[in-house]
Ligand binder design. Structure first.
Ligand code: F6R
Length: 242
């Protein structure tokens, strides 16, 4: 793993965005794996700036998002599709028909999961997968457990995860109870992984993930088995790293 700690936000987002931009410069048809949440927002903002400055184009790229809430229509303000439109897709030249987010409103969720994996199989592998990490070590919505699903699947969200996300909803009762997520197996198929970690509340999780045992009780620790992972830490998340 290539672990980098940054003392200022500017360098953090520039390094993350440059990795994405240089991939697109060398391979305009790159397949991007995208995450939502607070961690990648700065990188997305920088990519928008780079696009506006003519430094990068997404015109031939395609994207696959990690996850989506079950039961929120795509146009719900808190759906992950809306998040991606708001923070990235609406501001760049990506062809929306080549952007993919699992459909959490699908009538047949199992069929939706299978179809998502099939698309990844047909159009992948993902060239660069952006990830965040939960305070409990989750990646996507793969929560700590005795075993982990490999492919895209439906998960029951842990109370802790619902509480962490409640700030975006009127009340905890409005936070969906399930989500569709790519599995750890699908995530690990990406050629390169960019894990963005911000905040002291993530310090223990990321330390366990990169230095602790490889265990399904810390899903992000499985990233240790991947040959090409770049981890960007801010000061808080990297407080344990000299
Ligand atoms: C989001 C996702 C989640 C988040 C994680 C960290 O698509 O898959 O695993 O990356 O919960 O969230 P933030 O960045 O909000 O701390």
């Amino acid at each position: 793993m290539n672990i980098m700690k940054f003392h200022n936000d500017e360098d953090f987002v520039q390094t993350g965005a440059s990795l994405v931009a240089s991939l697109l410069q060398s391979n305009p048809k790159a397949v991007l794996g995208l995450a939502t949440g607070s961690s990648p927002i700065g990188v997305y903002e920088r990519l928008v700036q780079m696009y506006r400055g003519g430094l990068v184009s997404f015109a031939k790229a395609s994207s696959y998002n990690l996850d989506e809430y079950v039961g929120l229509p795509a146009d719900h303000p808190e759906s992950y599709r809306s998040f991606m439109n708001k923070h990235l897709f609406s501001h760049i030249d990506i062809d929306l028909s080549r952007t993919h987010v699992p459909n959490g409103s699908a009538k047949d969720l199992e069929a939706e999961c299978l179809a998502y994996d099939q698309m990844l199989e047909n159009n992948g592998p993902v060239d660069l997968q952006i990830l965040g990490i939960g305070s409990n070590g989750h990646i996507g919505f793969n929560e700590p457990d005795a075993g982990l699903n490999s492919g895209t699947h439906v998960v029951d969200l842990l109370q802790a995860t619902r509480e962490a996300n409640a700030r975006f909803f009127p009340s905890i009762d409005d936070v969906p109870r399930q989500a569709i997520t790519m599995g750890v197996g699908s995530i690990l198929k990406a050629k390169q992984i960019l894990l963005l970690v911000r905040g002291a509340e993530k310090a223990e999780a990321i330390r366990n993930a990169v230095q602790g045992p490889i265990t399904t009780q810390c899903p992000a620790s499985l990233l240790q088995t991947h040959p090409n992972v770049v981890v960007l830490l801010d000061e808080g998340a990297g407080q344990w790293l000299k």
